[in-house]
Design a protein around this ligand. Structure first.
Ligand code: OOG
Ligand code: MG
Length: 262
């Protein structure tokens, strides 16, 4: 699978791709070309993902972002956004994250869904409860490719919603066996809780993130595919990562994802 590319965007998209590969941040696109539309921003995001796919990566999921007030306030952008996840972005639980390969990485606690069947919007939460196969606690490593981790709505969309890596729990929980709203969430660094929150902070219920994503894809004629992993968006603000950090996340008594920073 691949996405179409627009010639006039290539220069900006390439800068983002190079920044992601080198860990050296770049200028915001709005600073370079002025204001651009949401539609153009999502076109640029798809061009950026095409570059990864051409280098051999596979599309394995999607992410929602800015689905909680804590996250919106942290970055000053107040609308939910989505991004794409490839296989190369997955870090296995227990592995090391190479700090030097990133611009200014942060981590945030997430809930991940795995899809049992395709989801084609428009849908409501009731429509999709049977399309979910499993859930788990997850962490996303976000790393804006822009200088100083500062951006506008369209800049962050073009930059694949800041997504860099993601870590899933070692085991998935079968869907329907546990509640996913009102889950107590903690992000822990070197044994100390740095952020705590509740899964209900994610659009009132994490399933609403999946609904928003499926519905956001309608005008592109795209659907969510069976087997995809979908991150619902962080329930708390993100924290900056430093070499030596040991990071783990707790979500009630669910299996715990963890990693360390080298
Ligand atoms: C944008 C991405 C937000 C989330 O979970 O809210 C996001 C950013 O914070 O840089 O992934
Ligand atoms: Mg996130």
């Amino acid at each position: 699978m691949n996405f179409p590319r627009r010639e006039e965007h290539l220069e900006y998209v390439k800068s983002l791709h190079v920044a992601a590969r080198t860990g050296v941040p770049t200028e915001m696109i709005t600073t370079r070309m002025g204001v651009f539309s949401l539609d153009d921003a999502y076109d640029m995001q798809r061009s950026l993902i095409s570059m990864r796919l051409e280098e051999g990566e596979d599309l394995i999921g999607m992410k929602m972002g800015l689905t909680s007030r804590a996250k919106m306030e942290q970055v000053g952008v107040h609308e939910p956004i989505y991004g794409h996840l490839t296989d190369a972005m997955e870090l296995q639980s227990g592995e090391a994250l190479q700090h030097a390969a990133h611009c200014h990485p942060r981590v945030e606690p997430e809930i991940a869904f795995r899809l049992k069947s395709d989801i084609k919007g428009p849908v409501t939460a009731e429509d999709i409860v049977d399309n979910i196969d499993a859930v788990c606690a997850a962490m996303e490593i976000i790393d804006s490719r822009y200088k100083n981790f500062r951006f506008t709505l369209t800049d962050v969309i073009a930059d694949n919603a800041s997504s860099s890596r993601f870590v899933l729990s070692p085991t998935w929980l079968p869907w329907g066996e546990q509640q996913i709203d009102n889950v107590q969430i903690e992000l822990i660094r070197n044994g100390k809780t740095e952020q705590s929150g509740n899964s209900s902070a994610i659009l009132d219920h994490p399933v609403n993130a999946l609904v928003a994503l499926a519905n956001g894809l309608v005008d592109r004629g795209e659907i969510l595919r069976q087997g995809m992993v979908v991150l619902a968006g962080a329930a708390t603000a993100a924290i900056e990562l430093k070499p030596g950090d040991q990071i783990e996340m707790r979500a009630n008594d669910w299996p715990t994802p963890r990693f360390h920073v080298a």
